[in-house]
Write a protein of this length. Structure first.
Length: 131
């Protein structure tokens, strides 16, 4: 099976170009990254995913730095090299220091370890946690 090709702006449909244009405008970039170019193979998925990301990552009760660090932590846990490569610099741009990065990685590692231990031992949930 051959590797799928990304959709480039020059060959994109009008609907895909509209999403690409919104991404470029929102992120203040000259071109969209490969993630969006590959999603553009399915314009409905591209549009839905972009709208969701734009909404979820917008400022809200959580500040942009916190959101980027959570995204990074989940990406590390899921082993998504692409998302790690994307969200590490985004978190740094939002203000994540080297010390913060180290603490995020420590929390990710500890949470994964204790999650596995709790699951492996089949630890029942304490009644106090169920309130």
């Amino acid at each position: 099976m051959s590797t799928p090709k990304p959709v480039e702006y020059a060959t994109a449909s009008k609907a895909v170009r509209a999403v690409f244009d919104d991404i470029k405008k929102s992120r203040k970039v000259d071109d969209v990254n490969n993630f969006w170019k590959y999603l553009a193979r399915d314009p409905a998925t591209l549009k839905r995913t972009w709208e969701s990301v734009k909404q979820i990552m917008a400022p809200g009760a959580l500040d942009p730095l916190t959101k980027e660090m959570i995204y990074l932590a989940v990406s590390v846990t899921n082993g998504c090299g692409y998302c790690i490569a994307s969200h590490t610099p985004a978190a740094r741009k939002a203000g994540m220091s080297e010390a913060m990065f180290g603490e995020v990685m420590a929390v990710v590692g500890m949470a994964n370890e204790t999650n596995r231990l709790a699951n492996g031992y089949r630890v029942p949930i304490d009644a106090a946690f169920e309130k």
